[in-house]
Ligand binder design. Structure first.
Ligand code: ZN
Length: 471
Protein backbone atom coordinates (compact mmCIF):
# COMPACT_ATOMS: atom_id res chain seq x y z
CA UNK A 1 0.00 0.00 0.00
CA UNK A 2 1.33 3.39 -0.89
CA UNK A 3 1.21 5.76 2.09
CA UNK A 4 1.23 9.52 2.28
CA UNK A 5 2.72 11.49 5.18
CA UNK A 6 0.72 14.33 6.72
CA UNK A 7 2.56 16.83 8.91
CA UNK A 8 1.48 20.02 10.62
CA UNK A 9 3.63 22.30 12.76
CA UNK A 10 3.03 24.54 15.73
CA UNK A 11 5.85 27.00 16.05
CA UNK A 12 6.46 29.12 19.13
CA UNK A 13 8.68 32.14 18.63
CA UNK A 14 9.65 34.69 21.24
CA UNK A 15 8.88 38.26 20.21
CA UNK A 16 11.90 40.54 20.42
CA UNK A 17 10.25 43.24 22.55
CA UNK A 18 12.06 45.31 25.18
CA UNK A 19 9.79 44.27 28.02
CA UNK A 20 7.60 41.27 28.75
CA UNK A 21 4.04 40.80 27.55
CA UNK A 22 2.04 42.17 30.47
CA UNK A 23 4.61 43.86 32.76
CA UNK A 24 7.68 46.08 32.53
CA UNK A 25 10.28 43.36 33.23
CA UNK A 26 13.27 43.05 30.89
CA UNK A 27 12.43 40.59 28.13
CA UNK A 28 16.08 39.79 27.49
CA UNK A 29 16.87 37.40 30.31
CA UNK A 30 19.21 35.09 28.45
CA UNK A 31 22.13 34.22 30.71
CA UNK A 32 20.76 36.33 33.61
CA UNK A 33 20.79 35.10 37.22
CA UNK A 34 17.60 33.10 37.89
CA UNK A 35 14.64 35.14 39.16
CA UNK A 36 16.24 38.54 38.58
CA UNK A 37 13.87 39.59 35.74
CA UNK A 38 10.63 39.22 37.62
CA UNK A 39 7.90 41.26 39.30
CA UNK A 40 4.58 40.49 41.05
CA UNK A 41 2.74 40.46 37.69
CA UNK A 42 4.86 37.83 35.94
CA UNK A 43 5.21 35.89 39.22
CA UNK A 44 1.40 35.60 39.38
CA UNK A 45 0.92 37.27 42.75
CA UNK A 46 -2.73 37.59 43.81
CA UNK A 47 -4.46 40.76 42.72
CA UNK A 48 -1.93 41.74 40.03
CA UNK A 49 -3.38 42.92 36.75
CA UNK A 50 -1.84 42.40 33.30
CA UNK A 51 -1.46 45.36 30.91
CA UNK A 52 -0.78 44.49 27.27
CA UNK A 53 2.54 45.76 25.94
CA UNK A 54 1.88 47.68 22.70
CA UNK A 55 5.13 46.48 21.14
CA UNK A 56 3.94 42.87 21.53
CA UNK A 57 0.93 43.64 19.42
CA UNK A 58 2.95 45.44 16.75
CA UNK A 59 5.61 42.75 16.41
CA UNK A 60 3.01 39.98 16.51
CA UNK A 61 0.98 41.59 13.75
CA UNK A 62 4.01 42.25 11.58
CA UNK A 63 4.97 38.60 11.83
CA UNK A 64 1.43 37.49 11.03
CA UNK A 65 1.18 39.76 7.97
CA UNK A 66 4.57 38.57 6.71
CA UNK A 67 3.22 35.01 6.96
CA UNK A 68 0.40 36.07 4.66
CA UNK A 69 -2.28 36.14 7.37
CA UNK A 70 -5.39 38.28 7.53
CA UNK A 71 -5.47 40.39 10.67
CA UNK A 72 -8.81 39.99 12.44
CA UNK A 73 -10.63 43.25 13.19
CA UNK A 74 -11.71 41.78 16.56
CA UNK A 75 -9.67 39.40 18.70
CA UNK A 76 -9.40 38.58 22.39
CA UNK A 77 -7.35 36.79 25.02
CA UNK A 78 -8.37 33.64 26.86
CA UNK A 79 -7.15 31.77 29.89
CA UNK A 80 -5.79 28.33 29.26
CA UNK A 81 -5.93 26.67 32.65
CA UNK A 82 -3.45 24.05 33.77
CA UNK A 83 -1.19 23.49 36.72
CA UNK A 84 2.56 23.25 36.42
CA UNK A 85 5.25 24.56 38.81
CA UNK A 86 6.71 26.84 36.13
CA UNK A 87 3.31 28.53 35.63
CA UNK A 88 2.68 30.56 38.80
CA UNK A 89 -0.70 31.92 37.66
CA UNK A 90 -2.12 28.47 37.12
CA UNK A 91 -3.13 29.58 33.64
CA UNK A 92 -1.54 30.83 30.46
CA UNK A 93 -2.95 33.89 28.72
CA UNK A 94 -3.46 32.80 25.13
CA UNK A 95 -5.98 33.26 22.33
CA UNK A 96 -8.50 30.49 21.80
CA UNK A 97 -11.33 31.06 19.35
CA UNK A 98 -10.57 34.60 18.19
CA UNK A 99 -6.87 34.92 17.42
CA UNK A 100 -5.29 38.09 16.01
CA UNK A 101 -4.85 36.52 12.58
CA UNK A 102 -5.89 33.65 10.32
CA UNK A 103 -5.58 32.19 6.82
CA UNK A 104 -1.98 32.79 5.84
CA UNK A 105 0.40 30.98 3.56
CA UNK A 106 4.14 30.57 3.21
CA UNK A 107 5.93 29.49 0.06
CA UNK A 108 8.98 27.28 0.28
CA UNK A 109 11.30 25.91 -2.36
CA UNK A 110 11.90 22.17 -2.15
CA UNK A 111 14.05 20.50 -4.80
CA UNK A 112 13.54 23.48 -7.14
CA UNK A 113 9.76 23.29 -6.76
CA UNK A 114 7.64 25.92 -5.03
CA UNK A 115 5.24 24.51 -2.44
CA UNK A 116 2.57 26.52 -0.63
CA UNK A 117 1.93 25.73 3.02
CA UNK A 118 -1.22 27.12 4.62
CA UNK A 119 -0.99 28.95 7.94
CA UNK A 120 -4.13 28.28 9.95
CA UNK A 121 -3.57 31.03 12.47
CA UNK A 122 -1.02 33.13 14.31
CA UNK A 123 -1.89 34.09 17.86
CA UNK A 124 -0.29 35.70 20.88
CA UNK A 125 0.39 34.09 24.24
CA UNK A 126 2.79 34.35 27.14
CA UNK A 127 5.53 31.88 27.97
CA UNK A 128 5.93 29.95 31.22
CA UNK A 129 9.03 29.94 33.42
CA UNK A 130 11.62 27.24 33.33
CA UNK A 131 12.31 24.23 35.55
CA UNK A 132 15.92 23.37 36.19
CA UNK A 133 16.44 19.78 37.24
CA UNK A 134 19.55 19.18 39.32
CA UNK A 135 20.85 16.37 41.47
CA UNK A 136 19.49 17.75 44.73
CA UNK A 137 16.14 18.89 43.43
CA UNK A 138 14.19 20.86 40.85
CA UNK A 139 14.43 24.65 40.78
CA UNK A 140 12.11 27.24 39.26
CA UNK A 141 13.42 30.18 37.26
CA UNK A 142 10.68 32.68 36.40
CA UNK A 143 12.81 34.99 34.24
CA UNK A 144 11.06 33.65 31.13
CA UNK A 145 7.62 33.79 32.73
CA UNK A 146 5.51 36.34 30.85
CA UNK A 147 7.76 36.51 27.79
CA UNK A 148 5.62 37.21 24.69
CA UNK A 149 5.27 34.48 22.09
CA UNK A 150 3.61 34.08 18.75
CA UNK A 151 2.22 30.65 18.09
CA UNK A 152 2.13 29.84 14.40
CA UNK A 153 -0.10 26.91 13.46
CA UNK A 154 0.23 25.45 9.97
CA UNK A 155 -2.29 23.48 7.98
CA UNK A 156 -1.45 19.77 7.60
CA UNK A 157 0.02 20.58 4.18
CA UNK A 158 3.54 19.28 4.84
CA UNK A 159 4.41 15.96 3.23
CA UNK A 160 7.89 15.10 4.53
CA UNK A 161 10.39 15.80 7.30
CA UNK A 162 12.49 17.65 4.73
CA UNK A 163 9.61 19.99 3.86
CA UNK A 164 8.96 20.58 7.57
CA UNK A 165 12.57 21.56 8.12
CA UNK A 166 12.68 23.89 5.12
CA UNK A 167 9.41 25.52 6.23
CA UNK A 168 10.70 26.02 9.78
CA UNK A 169 13.84 27.70 8.42
CA UNK A 170 11.83 29.91 6.08
CA UNK A 171 9.58 31.04 8.94
CA UNK A 172 12.65 31.81 11.03
CA UNK A 173 14.00 33.99 8.20
CA UNK A 174 10.66 35.76 7.73
CA UNK A 175 10.28 36.57 11.45
CA UNK A 176 13.81 37.96 11.46
CA UNK A 177 13.23 40.01 8.30
CA UNK A 178 10.31 41.85 9.86
CA UNK A 179 12.08 42.14 13.22
CA UNK A 180 9.35 40.24 15.06
CA UNK A 181 11.67 37.71 16.62
CA UNK A 182 15.39 36.98 16.78
CA UNK A 183 14.27 33.35 16.54
CA UNK A 184 17.60 32.18 17.91
CA UNK A 185 17.28 28.43 18.36
CA UNK A 186 20.26 28.19 20.66
CA UNK A 187 18.67 30.64 23.07
CA UNK A 188 15.38 28.74 22.99
CA UNK A 189 13.63 31.60 21.17
CA UNK A 190 11.98 29.24 18.70
CA UNK A 191 10.55 25.78 19.39
CA UNK A 192 8.39 23.35 17.44
CA UNK A 193 5.61 20.87 18.11
CA UNK A 194 5.11 18.62 15.10
CA UNK A 195 2.08 16.42 14.39
CA UNK A 196 2.39 13.51 12.04
CA UNK A 197 0.10 10.84 10.67
CA UNK A 198 0.03 8.63 7.60
CA UNK A 199 -2.79 7.65 5.31
CA UNK A 200 -3.24 5.54 2.20
CA UNK A 201 -2.46 7.65 -0.84
CA UNK A 202 -5.52 9.25 -2.46
CA UNK A 203 -7.57 9.07 0.72
CA UNK A 204 -8.78 12.38 2.06
CA UNK A 205 -9.52 11.33 5.63
CA UNK A 206 -7.04 12.14 8.41
CA UNK A 207 -6.00 9.34 10.77
CA UNK A 208 -4.96 9.63 14.46
CA UNK A 209 -1.80 11.65 14.78
CA UNK A 210 1.20 11.73 17.05
CA UNK A 211 2.31 15.09 18.33
CA UNK A 212 6.03 15.45 19.06
CA UNK A 213 6.45 18.15 21.69
CA UNK A 214 9.13 20.75 22.22
CA UNK A 215 11.65 20.21 19.45
CA UNK A 216 14.30 22.85 19.82
CA UNK A 217 16.52 22.51 16.77
CA UNK A 218 16.05 22.08 13.03
CA UNK A 219 18.02 18.84 13.23
CA UNK A 220 15.80 17.32 15.93
CA UNK A 221 12.66 18.41 14.05
CA UNK A 222 13.90 16.51 11.00
CA UNK A 223 15.10 13.45 12.88
CA UNK A 224 12.04 13.14 15.13
CA UNK A 225 9.65 13.35 12.17
CA UNK A 226 11.61 10.78 10.21
CA UNK A 227 11.65 8.49 13.22
CA UNK A 228 7.87 8.75 13.76
CA UNK A 229 7.20 8.35 10.07
CA UNK A 230 9.13 5.07 9.93
CA UNK A 231 7.45 3.87 13.11
CA UNK A 232 3.96 4.58 11.80
CA UNK A 233 4.74 3.12 8.40
CA UNK A 234 5.66 -0.15 10.09
CA UNK A 235 2.36 -0.13 12.01
CA UNK A 236 0.43 0.38 8.77
CA UNK A 237 2.36 -2.40 7.08
CA UNK A 238 1.59 -4.71 9.99
CA UNK A 239 -2.07 -3.88 9.49
CA UNK A 240 -2.21 -2.16 12.87
CA UNK A 241 -2.40 1.61 12.16
CA UNK A 242 -2.42 4.07 15.13
CA UNK A 243 -5.85 4.10 16.83
CA UNK A 244 -5.70 7.29 18.87
CA UNK A 245 -3.87 10.57 19.13
CA UNK A 246 -0.66 10.50 21.14
CA UNK A 247 1.74 13.05 22.58
CA UNK A 248 5.41 12.11 22.63
CA UNK A 249 8.73 13.69 23.48
CA UNK A 250 11.98 13.41 21.52
CA UNK A 251 15.13 12.15 23.18
CA UNK A 252 17.99 13.80 21.35
CA UNK A 253 20.72 11.52 22.67
CA UNK A 254 18.92 8.27 22.03
CA UNK A 255 17.31 9.52 18.81
CA UNK A 256 13.87 8.15 19.64
CA UNK A 257 10.48 9.33 20.89
CA UNK A 258 8.88 8.45 24.25
CA UNK A 259 5.21 8.52 25.15
CA UNK A 260 4.25 11.50 27.33
CA UNK A 261 0.48 11.16 27.45
CA UNK A 262 -2.61 10.59 25.41
CA UNK A 263 -3.31 13.84 23.68
CA UNK A 264 -5.30 16.35 25.73
CA UNK A 265 -8.21 18.18 24.14
CA UNK A 266 -9.26 21.82 24.37
CA UNK A 267 -11.92 20.73 26.90
CA UNK A 268 -9.21 19.80 29.38
CA UNK A 269 -7.93 23.37 29.52
CA UNK A 270 -11.31 24.94 30.37
CA UNK A 271 -10.62 27.99 28.24
CA UNK A 272 -12.57 31.11 29.10
CA UNK A 273 -12.21 34.79 28.08
CA UNK A 274 -9.49 36.59 30.05
CA UNK A 275 -11.46 38.97 32.28
CA UNK A 276 -8.52 41.31 33.00
CA UNK A 277 -7.76 42.26 29.38
CA UNK A 278 -9.98 44.11 26.92
CA UNK A 279 -10.44 42.70 23.40
CA UNK A 280 -8.19 43.97 20.61
CA UNK A 281 -9.92 45.98 17.92
CA UNK A 282 -8.14 47.03 14.74
CA UNK A 283 -9.18 49.41 12.06
CA UNK A 284 -8.25 48.80 8.45
CA UNK A 285 -6.10 51.91 8.29
CA UNK A 286 -3.84 50.74 11.11
CA UNK A 287 -3.39 47.33 9.49
CA UNK A 288 -2.60 48.98 6.15
CA UNK A 289 0.06 51.11 7.82
CA UNK A 290 1.82 48.07 9.28
CA UNK A 291 1.53 46.26 5.92
CA UNK A 292 3.48 49.06 4.29
CA UNK A 293 6.34 48.56 6.73
CA UNK A 294 6.88 44.95 5.65
CA UNK A 295 10.05 44.66 3.53
CA UNK A 296 10.44 42.39 0.52
CA UNK A 297 10.63 38.86 1.95
CA UNK A 298 13.54 36.42 1.61
CA UNK A 299 12.06 34.10 -1.02
CA UNK A 300 11.06 37.04 -3.23
CA UNK A 301 14.60 38.42 -2.95
CA UNK A 302 16.01 35.01 -3.78
CA UNK A 303 14.03 34.85 -7.02
CA UNK A 304 14.82 38.44 -7.96
CA UNK A 305 18.56 37.99 -7.40
CA UNK A 306 18.54 34.94 -9.65
CA UNK A 307 16.40 36.43 -12.38
CA UNK A 308 17.42 40.09 -12.50
CA UNK A 309 20.98 40.01 -11.18
CA UNK A 310 21.90 36.62 -12.68
CA UNK A 311 23.21 35.19 -9.42
CA UNK A 312 23.50 31.43 -9.01
CA UNK A 313 21.07 29.53 -6.80
CA UNK A 314 23.69 29.28 -4.03
CA UNK A 315 24.65 32.96 -4.19
CA UNK A 316 21.03 34.13 -4.21
CA UNK A 317 20.14 31.90 -1.29
CA UNK A 318 23.03 33.03 0.84
CA UNK A 319 22.57 36.75 0.11
CA UNK A 320 18.83 36.64 0.86
CA UNK A 321 19.38 34.93 4.18
CA UNK A 322 19.18 38.00 6.39
CA UNK A 323 17.86 41.52 5.96
CA UNK A 324 21.18 43.03 7.00
CA UNK A 325 23.15 41.06 4.43
CA UNK A 326 20.65 41.57 1.63
CA UNK A 327 20.54 45.31 2.33
CA UNK A 328 24.33 45.46 2.16
CA UNK A 329 24.38 43.51 -1.08
CA UNK A 330 21.60 45.51 -2.71
CA UNK A 331 23.26 48.80 -1.88
CA UNK A 332 26.52 47.49 -3.35
CA UNK A 333 24.82 46.20 -6.47
CA UNK A 334 23.17 49.58 -6.92
CA UNK A 335 26.38 51.64 -6.87
CA UNK A 336 28.84 49.21 -8.39
CA UNK A 337 29.23 48.54 -12.09
CA UNK A 338 28.90 44.79 -11.66
CA UNK A 339 26.31 43.24 -9.29
CA UNK A 340 27.49 39.71 -10.02
CA UNK A 341 31.11 40.48 -9.11
CA UNK A 342 29.91 42.41 -6.06
CA UNK A 343 28.10 39.28 -4.92
CA UNK A 344 31.26 37.23 -5.41
CA UNK A 345 33.37 39.59 -3.33
CA UNK A 346 30.82 39.73 -0.53
CA UNK A 347 30.50 35.96 -0.41
CA UNK A 348 34.15 35.05 -0.82
CA UNK A 349 35.83 37.81 1.19
CA UNK A 350 33.44 39.81 3.37
CA UNK A 351 31.51 36.85 4.78
CA UNK A 352 34.72 34.95 5.41
CA UNK A 353 35.62 37.67 7.87
CA UNK A 354 34.28 36.56 11.21
CA UNK A 355 32.35 39.63 12.23
CA UNK A 356 31.70 41.65 9.10
CA UNK A 357 28.62 43.33 10.61
CA UNK A 358 30.76 45.17 13.10
CA UNK A 359 33.61 45.82 10.67
CA UNK A 360 34.11 49.15 8.89
CA UNK A 361 33.36 47.85 5.42
CA UNK A 362 30.80 49.73 3.31
CA UNK A 363 29.21 49.02 -0.09
CA UNK A 364 31.35 51.89 -1.46
CA UNK A 365 34.55 49.92 -0.73
CA UNK A 366 33.36 47.06 -2.86
CA UNK A 367 32.24 49.30 -5.71
CA UNK A 368 35.63 51.07 -5.60
CA UNK A 369 37.82 47.96 -5.66
CA UNK A 370 35.82 46.67 -8.60
CA UNK A 371 36.56 49.93 -10.43
CA UNK A 372 40.27 49.71 -9.59
CA UNK A 373 40.30 46.13 -10.80
CA UNK A 374 38.54 47.05 -14.02
CA UNK A 375 41.08 49.81 -14.71
CA UNK A 376 43.87 47.27 -14.29
CA UNK A 377 45.25 49.06 -11.24
CA UNK A 378 45.02 46.14 -8.81
CA UNK A 379 45.16 42.36 -9.07
CA UNK A 380 42.62 40.02 -7.49
CA UNK A 381 45.07 39.20 -4.70
CA UNK A 382 45.39 42.90 -3.91
CA UNK A 383 41.60 43.24 -4.00
CA UNK A 384 41.36 40.82 -1.13
CA UNK A 385 44.12 42.59 0.79
CA UNK A 386 42.40 45.96 0.37
CA UNK A 387 39.00 44.68 1.46
CA UNK A 388 40.36 42.92 4.53
CA UNK A 389 42.20 46.13 5.55
CA UNK A 390 39.11 48.24 4.88
CA UNK A 391 37.12 46.01 7.21
CA UNK A 392 39.57 46.83 9.96
CA UNK A 393 40.23 50.53 9.42
CA UNK A 394 37.55 51.77 7.03
CA UNK A 395 40.02 53.70 4.85
CA UNK A 396 39.09 54.22 1.21
CA UNK A 397 40.09 51.63 -1.37
CA UNK A 398 42.32 54.06 -3.22
CA UNK A 399 44.16 55.17 -0.06
CA UNK A 400 44.72 51.55 0.90
CA UNK A 401 46.03 50.71 -2.58
CA UNK A 402 48.60 53.50 -2.27
CA UNK A 403 49.44 52.85 1.36
CA UNK A 404 49.97 49.13 0.84
CA UNK A 405 51.85 49.69 -2.43
CA UNK A 406 49.47 47.48 -4.35
CA UNK A 407 49.09 49.49 -7.52
CA UNK A 408 50.02 47.35 -10.48
CA UNK A 409 52.99 48.75 -12.36
CA UNK A 410 52.42 48.22 -16.01
CA UNK A 411 55.60 50.03 -17.00
CA UNK A 412 56.41 48.07 -20.14
CA UNK A 413 60.19 48.58 -19.89
CA UNK A 414 60.37 46.92 -16.47
CA UNK A 415 58.11 44.11 -17.54
CA UNK A 416 60.17 43.42 -20.67
CA UNK A 417 63.36 43.39 -18.63
CA UNK A 418 61.91 40.93 -16.09
CA UNK A 419 60.49 38.74 -18.84
CA UNK A 420 63.88 38.54 -20.55
CA UNK A 421 65.54 37.61 -17.27
CA UNK A 422 63.00 34.86 -16.56
CA UNK A 423 63.33 33.40 -20.05
CA UNK A 424 67.13 33.37 -19.73
CA UNK A 425 66.97 31.71 -16.33
CA UNK A 426 64.62 28.93 -17.45
CA UNK A 427 65.82 27.51 -20.79
CA UNK A 428 64.30 24.10 -20.08
CA UNK A 429 60.83 25.55 -19.55
CA UNK A 430 61.14 27.62 -22.72
CA UNK A 431 61.99 24.45 -24.61
CA UNK A 432 58.95 22.68 -23.13
CA UNK A 433 56.73 25.53 -24.24
CA UNK A 434 58.08 25.48 -27.75
CA UNK A 435 57.53 21.72 -27.96
CA UNK A 436 53.84 22.23 -27.30
CA UNK A 437 53.41 22.30 -23.51
CA UNK A 438 51.85 25.70 -23.53
CA UNK A 439 50.66 25.44 -19.97
CA UNK A 440 54.19 26.10 -18.67
CA UNK A 441 53.71 29.75 -19.56
CA UNK A 442 51.86 29.99 -16.23
CA UNK A 443 55.07 29.11 -14.43
CA UNK A 444 57.00 31.78 -16.32
CA UNK A 445 54.29 34.30 -15.52
CA UNK A 446 54.59 33.44 -11.86
CA UNK A 447 58.33 34.13 -12.02
CA UNK A 448 57.79 37.56 -13.58
CA UNK A 449 55.13 38.37 -10.99
CA UNK A 450 57.62 37.39 -8.30
CA UNK A 451 60.26 39.73 -9.69
CA UNK A 452 57.70 42.53 -9.74
CA UNK A 453 56.73 41.69 -6.15
CA UNK A 454 53.16 41.25 -7.25
CA UNK A 455 52.87 44.69 -8.77
CA UNK A 456 52.78 43.60 -12.42
CA UNK A 457 49.54 43.41 -14.34
CA UNK A 458 49.08 39.70 -15.19
CA UNK A 459 47.35 40.07 -18.58
CA UNK A 460 50.12 42.36 -19.81
CA UNK A 461 52.85 40.02 -18.55
CA UNK A 462 51.18 37.15 -20.37
CA UNK A 463 51.03 39.15 -23.58
CA UNK A 464 54.73 40.04 -23.41
CA UNK A 465 55.81 36.46 -22.63
CA UNK A 466 53.76 35.00 -25.46
CA UNK A 467 55.20 37.43 -27.94
CA UNK A 468 58.76 36.64 -26.85
CA UNK A 469 58.13 32.88 -26.94
CA UNK A 470 56.86 33.10 -30.52
CA UNK A 471 60.28 34.11 -31.69
ZN1 ZN B 1 7.33 41.16 35.44
Amino acid sequence: MELETIIGLEIHAQLSTKSKMFCGCDNDAFGAEPNTRVCPVCMGFPGMLPVLNKEVLQKGIKGAIALGCEIQPFSKFDRKNYFYPDLPNGFQISQYDQPISKNGKVEIQVDKKIIKIGITRVHLENDAGKLIHEKDGTFCDYNRSGTPLVEIVTEPDIRSAQQAQILAKEIQKILRFVDSSDADMEKGMMRFDASISLRPKNEKKLYPRTEIKNLNSFASLFKALNYEQKKQKKLWEDNNPPKNDLTVGWLDNEEKTVLLRDKESAMDYRYFPEPDLPPIIFDAEHIEKIKNEIPELPLAKFHRYKKDLKLTEQEALKLSESLELSNFFEKTAEISTDPKKSANLILSIILAYSDWRHSKITPQHIADVLDLQKDGKISSTSTKQILVSAMENGKSAEDLMNELGLEQKSNEDDLIKWADEVLAENPKVVEDYKSGKEKVVQFLMGQVMKKSRGSANPPIVLKILKEKLKK
